[in-house]
Design a protein around this ligand. Structure first.
Ligand SMILES: Nc1ncnc2c1ncn2[C@@H]1O[C@H](COP(=O)(O)OP(=O)(O)OP(=O)(O)O)[C@@H](O)[C@H]1O
Length: 236
């Protein structure tokens, strides 16, 4: 069953009388990588969580092309600082499969396979809480990808990582994208945005200020704020 388009109409998130996001009108198609950019506090995280369905909306609508319950099963979210369970690497990755009812044997086999794909194949038995930042992020990716979601949301997955770890994560993401996983991801790193984006969602003040194909955006944003942001100027 088709999951896309995802259509938001007048979607809004308010907390304590303040609008954090919206109103947002947005239609996302089923292909490629959407990169969400914007200054600190613009609402990128809240927007991603709203689209994923884990923050309560206070207005408007958000509709997948398939029933919501179906859509929820087919998407995953990688947080900026993923939480590690006090278990081994392989058990952390196998966990979502176990939750979904898969046998221990099968879940561990798949987990070991995914650990290998993200470069954690040598440390399957290490306690996840002992991992470095880059390793944690790889584990979080494997744990999200192991269920083969059609859509993966990521909130600044490389924010705390050095260049090498960032490049490794980007390779995993590019591979997932090539394999057909729809990526919707925020980043502060404009180099990363240029490398990964098929389309850019520029968020300002909780609203979508620009939404364009990546090539067009990076060639020249349509708005003064978009241009300023791309230049590294302060945008408020
Ligand atoms: N649960 C909440 N209650 C009240 N305010 C919140 C809540 N969550 C976020 N905010 C506020 O909403 C605004 C948007 O936050 P959000 O984290 O979505 O922005 P962001 O663009 O991801 O920021 P950053 O780039 O700094 O991570 C901020 O001003 C933040 O302080």
């Amino acid at each position: 069953m088709q999951m896309f388009p995802l259509v938001a109409q007048g979607a809004q998130v308010r907390r304590r009388g303040k609008v954090l996001v919206g109103p947002v009108d947005l239609t996302l198609g089923g292909r490629g990588t959407s990169i969400v950019i914007g200054p600190n506090g613009a609402g990128k995280t809240t927007l991603l969580k709203m689209l994923h369905g884990i923050v309560r909306m206070n207005g408007g609508s958000l509709d997948w092309a398939c029933p919501l319950e179906e859509a929820q099963k087919r998407q995953a979210f990688v947080f900026q600082t993923p939480v590690m369970m006090r278990r081994t690497v392989i058990d952390n990755i196998a966990y979502p499969l176990r939750l979904a009812g898969m046998s221990r044997r099968e879940a561990r086999a798949r987990a070991a396979d995914w650990a290998g794909r993200v470069g954690l194949g040598e440390i399957l038995q290490r306690q996840a809480t002992m991992l470095s930042g880059g390793e944690r992020q790889k584990l979080a990716l494997a744990r999200a990808l192991v269920r083969e979601p059609e859509v993966l949301f990521l909130d600044e997955p490389c924010a705390a990582l050095d260049g090498r770890a960032t490049r490794e994560i980007e390779e995993i993401l590019a591979h997932a994208s090539d394999s057909g996983t729809r990526l919707i991801m925020s980043t502060h790193n404009m180099g990363q945005a240029r490398r990964l984006a098929d389309e850019v969602i520029f968020v300002l003040g909780g609203r979508i200020h620009e939404f364009s194909p990546a090539e067009a955006f990076f060639a020249g944003p349509q708005t003064p704020q978009g241009r300023a942001f791309l230049n590294g100027d302060i945008v408020e």
